[in-house]
Design a protein around this ligand. Structure first.
Ligand code: SAM
Length: 362
């Protein structure tokens, strides 16, 4: 292979590994942003991972500029070496744009008319130029590169910005993100679940969650997309309606955590005051006046027990267990069908759990 080919293929590899080019659809943006309209009045909105020529975030906020009563809209577009090789965007530099509304009354915001300006650097959200624009902003809205999600959120928190960003539910378990959730500094937005994104032509086909439409546009979807925000929503103050009553039979205690297991959000008992382990999807229904979040299984949340020796038993067959510290486990009667662990007695591992407790409500 020639040097250029090696360089190119390693860039393709790097790019593939990161897979950051997922373009958000207008309908997904509309569906979420409509819940936050009151927050945008007189605000400077910054889209810091968005090429205004193609971004639906820019489309949405420029078209709704007057309706939302925005003060200013800023968008910066990232341009790196990989972009030079692959981008559909042929500009020489990273660009930015500032829009202050339809002063001439022509109605339709046109990117060229608004005036695209060149940045000196590559438009990285961490660059000094982008940070200067960030400082001007009240609210940041975008779908940031997922591979840099931790850093991206840390920067927003550092500059004390309000934000509404697309992410994926796996990020909930990142230590830094989880801490912010626990401290009620970040929460999930209103919509979540399935989201479809246009992806660039160089994206490789995949077996699942990938398709090419009639126009030849490639698409990918996520089943666990969500929004992260620190803007208040009505939904966040709605109580989860509980109707089940606690019985020890229906809610087993973990063998290694001081909590009961609640396998479905709808089954959270209305009369249990202790700690409960619930699926992560609870966050979608979380009202901080109703519940308190105490921790996450498999992290530094205190265990009551750790297991020195364990053996994996799948459908009666024993094998070496490579599982490190087990997450939440419940005791079972025997090594029945499915996967069990022998820790001196049969236990079954439970999916990742969030530990919560009901709050005394006035
Ligand atoms: C998930 S895509 C979303 C694009 C657009 N915000 C949208 O929602 O359609 C993330 C974008 O961030 C850009 N990006 C990657 N690294 C970046 C960085 N360090 N700074 C700014 N943008 C970056 C990518 O090129 C990509 O276009």
């Amino acid at each position: 292979m020639t040097e250029t080919k090696v360089a190119n293929s390693s860039l393709v590899g790097a790019r593939r590994a990161r897979e950051d080019e997922f373009y958000t659809q207008l309908s997904d943006i509309e569906r979420e942003v409509k819940h936050y309209k009151k927050h945008f009045k007189d605000k400077v909105v910054y889209l810091n991972c968005d090429d205004p020529r193609v971004s639906n975030f820019f489309h949405y906020f420029s078209y709704n500029f007057e309706k939302l009563g925005l003060k200013k809209l800023i968008a910066t577009c990232y341009k790196n070496q990989e972009m030079d090789l692959f981008s559909q965007n042929d500009s020489e530099h990273a660009i930015y744009l500032e829009y202050e509304g339809d002063r001439n009354g022509s109605g339709v915001p046109d990117v060229e008319e608004i005036g695209i300006k060149s940045l000196k650097g590559d438009g990285d959200f961490r660059s000094a130029e982008s940070i200067e624009l960030l400082k001007q902003a009240d609210i940041v809205v975008t779908n940031p590169p997922f591979s840099l999600f931790r850093e991206y959120v840390a920067q927003l928190v550092k500059y004390e910005k309000q934000f509404l960003i697309v992410g994926n539910q796996n990020a909930i378990t990142y230590t830094e993100i989880f801490r912010l959730i626990q401290e009620n500094k970040i929460w999930l937005g209103v919509t979540s679940g399935q989201m479809e994104f246009r992806v660039p032509d160089y994206y490789e086909p995949r077996e699942t969650r990938f398709w090419i439409d009639e126009q030849g546009q490639k698409w990918r979807s996520l089943g666990n997309a969500c929004w992260f925000t620190n803007l208040d929503t009505k939904k966040r103050h709605e109580d989860l309606i509980l109707f089940k009553r606690y019985t020890p039979d229906e809610y087993p205690r973990y063998d290694n955590y001081d909590a009961i297991d609640v396998s479905k959000i709808a089954d959270i008992p209305m009369d249990y005051d202790g700690v409960m382990g619930v699926p992560l999807t609870f966050l979608d229904k979380y009202n901080p006046d109703q519940f308190e979040i105490l921790g996450l299984s498999g992290t530094d949340y205190p265990r009551t027990k750790t297991y020195g020796k364990k053996e994996r038993v799948v459908d009666g067959k024993r094998s070496k267990s490579n599982t490190g510290t087990l997450g939440c486990v419940v005791r079972t009667d025997s090594f029945g069908p499915g996967t069990h662990f022998d820790v001196g007695y049969p236990v079954k591992q439970i999916y990742k759990r969030l530990f919560i407790r009901r709050k005394e409500q006035a």
